[in-house]
Design a protein around this ligand. Structure first.
Ligand SMILES: *Cc1c(COP(=O)(O)O)cnc(C)c1O
Length: 556
């Protein structure tokens, strides 16, 4: 696909980008999505450049002791081992001090398309005050003040860097509100012409509820940004009481979207005066398809990697080959788990996986909330559970969740195997989403704006068993592509009834539908695995997603 932008570029801004596992400047789904966006843009030869922070100490390295207590360490990487410096530095003013910013350039090359350069902004520059050299150390690190400094470096510094390097930009695409200060830089550049700024800006929101928006009190804004831009004008654009980055980005973007249909609907409720579109997320098919499924797809769906829509044709693959491809992944996962934890899981036992950031709304321990029913499920047909996930260092509740799962693991140790893998990252995500039989997701609706790990599972014929929230509202065909936990968002039920029905579905479906199918109806199961590929993965990928961004937003 060639995009006629007259040599102008799409600039993609994201606080986190998961481009490679050894560049750990991501914390979870937002960063992995940014990586997949870049991978598919390169495949499609979109003239894109990406901007992020260098986060030299990464997000965090997780250590868990035998009680599941998390200790976090810096997860350092050295950009100079992997990439070169851009031939330009730029300056911003932070708290009245001049701060120099340099940029490391990484080129992501597609095997089938073009290249997307990624600029990793870095304030660790000679001449900067010692405290300023640490601004870009840790992803989401430090206090609120430091967080705003990081956002200033990303938004204002990033826009200046692209200008300084001579790029002509047709659209600035903000992946979440963290980079929204770039709109102020553009306002200045375009002589305060708001319409011109809007023509240049696209905003993708990822947050479904008001409480979770990125917000800053104005005394901090005055302190950090005051010398760059008049705070009185920021207040008009970003909210009276707080600087709300979502509001700022919405006000100055000509195109805005949520990351699933349901999320766009919810966002419209919060911001009724904006035209918020829906572009449902995806994952990069080639990246998240395991080697065994690669071979299977190559054999029965040639051309799938550059055109994942073709995966509808997986129907042609014989069920035994689908089953064998999965068995290979399951065996590899069990070997990996044994090597990491010393624990031996059984290849013949129905295995459920749950891995994502350890934070309250994801409800990792929901499956343990009725041990009597869980034990009954397991007595009838055995199951085993694999968990992984890091908690943010200040998320006490998230850390407690991990400890509780370790407690349940101990409590159930003579009946049902539970393992928790340390230091969840993209490599582990790939192994888990390919190697378990069922991918479990139990968020508290409507908190999961999208979710993407279930799409990775679908690319490997793994069945989704999930609460009807985020992408699964669009992906679930009950009993065909997987199973739903709890009622649909439209159902006229109270919150209490909803909680009740979630637990009923979780245990009853596991006991009476999922386990019997897995153990006794292999062919039906393998046909459902094909549905997971042909009716889910064919659509929930970033190839389709980027084509939508191109036609709806980039060419707009
Ligand atoms: C895909 C991925 C996520 C996103 O998972 P969700 O289930 O969508 O929250 C988070 N972390 C890593 C490392 C991933 O690869």
């Amino acid at each position: 696909m060639v995009i006629p932008l007259n040599g102008k570029k799409i600039a993609y801004f994201s606080m986190e980008i998961g481009v490679r596992n050894d560049i750990h400047t991501y914390s979870g789904g937002l960063g992995v999505l940014a990586g997949d966006t870049i991978r598919s843009s390169a495949d499609l030869s979109v003239p894109m450049i990406a901007v992020t922070l260098v986060s030299r100490k990464g997000y965090l390295k997780q250590k868990l002791n035998h009680n599941g207590e998390q200790k976090e360490m810096p997860d350092e990487w050295n950009p100079s081992n992997i990439m070169n410096l851009a031939p330009k530095t730029v300056e911003v003013i932070i708290e009245k001090r001049k701060v120099k910013i340099q940029a490391w350039v990484y080129e992501h090359k597609s095997t089938i398309g073009g290249t997307v350069p990624i600029f990793f902004l870095d304030t660790d520059v000679e001449g900067n005050a010692p405290e300023d050299r640490r601004i870009t150390d840790s992803l989401y690190g430090g206090d609120e003040q430091n967080r705003l400094k990081q956002e200033l470096v990303l938004g204002i510094g990033g826009a200046r860097m692209l200008d300084g390097l001579g790029y002509r930009i047709s659209k600035y695409h903000m992946n979440e509100g963290h980079s929204a200060l770039l709109t102020l830089e553009l306002l200045q550049k375009f002589d305060m012409d708001i319409d011109r700024v809007r023509e240049h800006c696209i905003f993708t929101t990822h947050t479904p509820v008001e409480a979770a928006f990125d917000k800053f009190p104005y005394d901090i804004v005055e302190d950090v940004v005051g010398k760059e831009f008049p705070v009185a004008i920021i207040k008009e654009l970003g909210g009276d009481d707080f600087l709300n980055m979502t509001r700022l980005a919405l006000n100055l973007s000509g195109f805005q979207n949520g990351v699933t249909k349901e999320h766009a609907k919810l966002s419209l409720k919060i911001f009724p005066h904006y035209a918020i579109h829906a572009i449902t997320n995806g994952v990069h098919s080639q990246t998240w398809t395991s080697p065994s499924f690669h071979r299977l797809f190559d054999k029965y769906v040639p051309g799938w990697a550059s055109d994942p829509e073709m995966l509808v044709r997986i129907e042609r693959a014989p069920v035994c080959e689908v089953w064998d491809a999965h068995a290979e992944n399951k065996k590899a996962l069990m070997a990996f788990i044994e090597q990491r934890t010393g624990e031996k899981l059984d290849e013949d036992v129905l295995t459920l996986g749950f891995a994502r950031r350890a934070t309250g709304y994801k409800r990792a321990k929901l499956i343990f909330s009725d041990l009597r029913r869980l034990r009954e499920v397991n007595k009838r047909r055995p199951i085993q559970l694999v968990f992984a996930g890091k908690a943010h260092l200040r998320d006490i509740n998230g850390k407690n969740l991990i400890k509780e799962i370790f407690w349940y693991k101990q409590e159930l140790k003579d009946e049902l195997k539970v393992v928790y893998l340390e230091n969840y990252d993209m490599d582990i995500a790939a192994k888990l989403t390919a190697g378990v039989d069922v991918w479990l997701n139990t968020p508290l609706p409507p908190m999961e704006a999208s979710g993407t790990s279930g799409m990775k599972a679908a690319h490997n014929g793994v069945m989704n068993f999930s609460v009807l929230d985020g992408w699964w509202i669009e992906g679930c065909i009950e009993g065909v592509t997987g199973w739903a936990i709890g009622p649909s968002p439209e159902a006229a039920v109270t919150e209490d009834e909803r909680r009740h029905q979630e637990l009923d579905d979780l245990f009853n479906k596991l006991k009476y539908l999922i386990a019997p199918k897995y153990y006794d109806e292999r062919d039906t199961w393998a046909n459902m695995m094909k549905n997971s590929v042909g009716k889910v993965a064919y659509y929930f990928n970033t190839d389709r997603m980027m084509r939508r961004y191109i036609t709806s937003a980039y060419l707009g």
